[in-house]
Design a protein around this ligand. Structure first.
Ligand code: TPP
Length: 260
């Protein structure tokens, strides 16, 4: 046998099962999943977490994480997370929701949960369309963007303007930490991980409602390859959906975070 100096620098996070995901090639749902699994492992929370899966492309998320998960009706994940968290307050609760699930079907749920200051963490995947059902227009679809239900491009005169969900929720007194990050390049992904860590720490410290919006690519429904999708996100999504922290309560700004 040949001796080697090979060191493992990258491996499957402990928070994952060994299932292969059903996501399309290039889709960043897998990146978001990985960041969540890494953060919960680093926080020692894997055995104390309950996730709430959405209706949408991530509907089978419960198959990919090896901790407890429940499945919500479309857009109702914040209500389920609220009930579970109030019943089991020592558990870490998070919802994982797309922009159709959270900002369309579930807009009422998320606004109410944030306004009540529920002690839950929300991971919001913004890929500007309803991915699972064939790429229809979502509340996040950009002006002029072509989708399967806006083939001539979103016309704001008749179809309205996109909703900047993070900014909207940040206006609510019940929200403690609301941020937007992007998953289109390595540096952004590292910054996204730090924001997720902050969001989960907010919950661990009992400081209230936290949400991280993650700008994501959808090569299949955008009709672009992965590389062009990443460029499209940077060119078109970032100007409309700037990354940043939109709400950091005083208590959160004074919070001490371990790890990276
Ligand atoms: C009550 C209800 N309305 C509509 C649908 C159809 N539907 C399933 S997934 C989905 C949208 C999913 O899009 P999004 O939340 O953006 O997630 P993605 O698939 O892009 O990750 C819709 C409209 C449904 N299943 N139930």
């Amino acid at each position: 046998m040949v001796e080697t100096d090979v060191k493992i620098v990258y491996k499957r996070p402990a928070g994952f099962t060994d299932r292969v995901t059903h996501y399309c090639p290039g889709c960043t749902h897998g990146v978001a999943h990985r960041l969540i699994a890494e953060v919960l492992e680093e926080m020692g929370e894997l055995n104390n977490t309950i996730g709430v899966a959405p209706v949408g492309c991530a509907v089978f998320a419960y198959n990919y994480f090896n901790f407890d998960f429940v499945e919500a009706a479309h857009g109702r994940a914040p209500a389920m997370a609220t009930g579970i968290k109030r019943t089991l307050p020592s558990k870490t609760l998070f919802t994982y929701q797309g922009d159709g699930d959270l900002a369309s079907m579930g807009m009422g749920e998320i606004v109410a949960a944030a306004a009540r200051g529920e002690q839950i963490t929300v991971i919001f995947i913004n890929n500007t369309n309803y991915g699972m059902t064939g790429g229809q227009m979502a509340p996040t679809t950009l002006p002029g963007q072509k989708t399967s239900s806006s083939p001539l491009g979103r016309d704001v005169e008749t179809q309205g303007y996109p909703i900047r969900t993070a900014e909207l929720l940040a206006t609510l007194d019940g929200a403690s930490f609301v941020a937007r990050r992007s998953l289109h390049d390595a540096r952004s992904i590292r910054m996204a991980k730090r924001a997720l860590r902050t969001a989960f720490e907010v919950q661990k410290h009992g400081l209230g409602f936290s949400m991280v919006e993650l700008l994501s690519i959808c090569p299949t429904n955008w009709g672009l390859n992965t590389e062009d999708s990443r460029k499209w996100l940077a060119e078109h999504m970032l100007p409309y959906y700037p990354v940043g922290d939109f709400k950091v309560s005083t208590a959160v700004s004074e919070m001490k975070i371990g790890g990276n």
